[in-house]
Design a protein around this ligand. Structure first.
Ligand SMILES: [Zn+2]
Ligand SMILES: [Zn+2]
Length: 174
């Protein structure tokens, strides 16, 4: 299924199932998001097509310190105006689009698929970083062992202040 902008002659409501997705977050991180149902209302506007809607999402993202999957969920809402790329205004300074406001998109394609719409909105919706807990100890920087599950056999990292103290002590004695 796809929403072809030019075919939207009157306000039309769609309800489309969207399969589970794995989103690449960069640095070998990825988020897994379960299947969902996208609700979207399409309407013609001057020179383009307006899409607004929402979908619930549930999934997991790796803890930013120890990589354990952390549940994430919520409701994504969007309001978008699609225009052909050829209609794009001369490039102005990048301005942040305030949340809850309609965003103007200038696209090469004449359509959008429910999958693409969900993916695009999930990237905006998902938090940049999650933690499994405030007290997460993270991974050992030497062997990669999860320090939340007990110690590894790596020697503890010396506190750099200790060296400084010893040097100070030395100077005093001499
Ligand atoms: Zn963690
Ligand atoms: Zn270790």
């Amino acid at each position: 299924m796809k929403i072809v902008f030019a075919e939207i002659a009157k306000e039309t409501r769609f309800e489309e199932p969207v399969a589970a997705q794995v989103l690449d977050l960069g640095y070998s991180y990825s988020a897994s998001v379960e299947a969902t149902v996208l609700e979207v209302t399409a309407a013609p506007i001057q020179g383009g097509c307006h899409l607004r809607g929402s979908f619930p999402y549930r999934g997991t993202m790796p803890c930013g310190r120890c990589l354990t999957p952390v549940p994430v969920s919520g409701e994504a809402r969007f309001s978008l105006n699609y225009y052909p790329a050829s209609a794009a205004p001369p490039r102005e300074e990048e301005t942040e689009v305030p949340l809850e406001e309609t965003e103007d998109l200038y696209v090469e394609e004449d359509h959008v698929t429910p999958e693409a719409l969900v993916t695009q909105q999930l990237y905006l919706e998902l938090p940049e970083k999650v933690l499994c807990g405030d007290g997460c100890l993270g991974l050992c920087i030497r062997c990669g062992a999860d320090r939340n599950r007990g110690g590894c056999s790596c020697p503890p990292e010396p506190d750099p202040r200790w060296d400084a103290l010893r040097t100070l002590d030395h100077t005093r004695k001499e």
